[in-house]
Design a binder for this molecule. Structure first.
Ligand code: HEC
Ligand code: HEC
Length: 353
């Protein structure tokens, strides 16, 4: 290609790709994001619904989405307290009318529908973060539908409702806690009332040691596995080692060790673990520890010596189930190929090594 044509072509490409490509970054700083990359990240929906994609979804369709993708963790009626606090409950017809949730003021538990003031927040959160084991996997219709279904569970919408970008503003006017949000504080306005007070002091200052006033009760400490193992080994140490007594501070090295223990082994047998990770099994199962469901080695131990363990586990992986390890159900894994189901079952039965 002649030099001239090359230059013209590059010029045309730059013009076609818009202005961002024309920007130059200093060397060593990567490259400017493409318009498509920016579009993929730019998904926030604001309180005035700016950013909400056009579309709609019915309560009926939301029921299907809920049962297939949400109920295993949040309960059939959004009432479960197992994995997270309940989504639904604690709101009344009077609250919907008043726009303030009475139970919240009275301190009776806190469900999502009691707290959330802006419907955009609910839509946006589900769209970007749920289901927990497969975020951003829902279609726009599914997000509208499942949001409508949650609102139906809270008696905010009737069962034949179709939620859409056209009517969402009217539905906002029925949110039980729509007047419950305040912006009159220091987190919002620099002139607002701060949450904490600090006295300016330059010398001989009284040092107040921070005191922890309460801990999780003993029986609940380790209920969802070692929280430390579920944190990333970067930055300051986050999370507590729930296998240790309250007040024991994890060191950065014990945090790193815990994470390595929980992480996929990069050895020969690692490929089935990679499959389990790619299929999001590991969002709910640690190799050794319980997260939402039991650790894989715990499952192996339970069925050790059982002749048909592999076939039994394969069927459980395919069809899901509940009641063997607790109340939280395992959702069916219909997306898995037969060979993958078998490989996973064989690997788990053999001790997940
Ligand atoms: C594997 C378990 C799991 C599944 C499946 C799941 N969630 Fe969640 N969900 C969670 C957890 C854990 C949190 C809390 C996350 C956090 O605070 O970081 C949460 C939080 C939420 C919240 C925010 C609650 C609040 O008050 O902050 C909503 C709304 C929600 N989920 C909706 C859904 C919907 C809708 C689905 C199905 C499309 C779904 N979830 C599927 C585990 C799950
Ligand atoms: C949303 C969370 C979740 C996901 C995702 C998940 N599981 Fe489970 N799994 C569970 C729960 C909860 C149980 C316990 C069910 C019970 O008590 O019967 C369980 C149980 C199991 C069992 C034991 C069944 C028994 O009867 O003892 C196996 C095996 C299993 N899961 C494998 C997998 C595999 C493989 C994947 C990925 C393809 C997977 N799970 C994905 C939550 C999950």
């Amino acid at each position: 290609m002649s030099r001239f044509r090359k230059v013209v072509l590059i010029g045309m490409l730059a013009a076609a790709c818009g202005t961002v490509w024309a920007q130059k970054l200093p060397p060593g700083l990567g490259r400017v994001a493409t318009p498509d990359e920016v579009k993929a990240w730019d998904i926030d929906v604001r309180p005035d619904f700016k950013g909400l994609p056009p579309g709609s979804g019915s309560v009926d369709k939301g029921l299907e989405v809920w049962e297939a993708k949400c109920a295993s963790c949040h309960g059939v009626f959004g009432e479960s307290n197992e994995v997270f606090q309940p989504i639904v409950g604690g709101t009344t017809a009077a609250d919907i009318k008043a726009g303030r949730v009475k139970g919240l003021v009275a301190g009776e538990g806190r469900t999502t529908l009691m707290k959330v003031a802006t419907l955009s927040t609910l839509w946006d959160y589900i769209n970007r973060a749920m289901p927990w084991n497969a975020p951003k996997s829902l279609t726009t219709e599914e997000v509208y539908a499942v949001t409508a279904y949650i609102l139906h569970l809270g008696d905010i919408l009737p069962g034949d409702f179709v939620l859409s970008d056209q009517n969402i503003r009217e539905v906002q006017n029925r949110m039980p806690n729509r007047y419950g949000m305040t912006t009159n504080h220091g987190m919002w306005l620099p002139t607002g009332k701060p949450d904490v007070r600090n006295t300016a002091c330059m010398k001989n200052c009284a040092v107040d040691e921070a005191k922890v006033a309460s801990y999780l009760p003993e029986f609940a400490r380790d209920a969802h596995g070692n929280l430390l193992q579920q944190n990333r080994p970067v930055g300051p140490v986050r999370g507590v080692d729930t296998t240790q007594p309250p007040g024991t501070r994890p060191t950065s090295s014990s945090a790193a060790a815990a994470v390595v223990a929980a992480a996929p082994a990069a050895t020969a047998g690692g490929s089935v673990l990679e499959l389990a990770t790619a299929q999001a099994c590991t969002a709910c199962h640690g190799v050794n520890n319980k997260i939402v469901g039991p650790g894989f080695t715990e499952i192996a131990a339970k069925y050790k010596g059982r002749a048909d363990a592999e076939a039994y586990l394969a069927e459980k992986i395919r069809a899901g189930g509940s009641g063997v390890w607790g109340a939280v159900p395992m959702p069916p894994q219909a997306q898995l190929k037969d060979d993958d189901v078998k490989a996973l079952a064989r690997w788990i039965a053999a001790g997940a090594k």
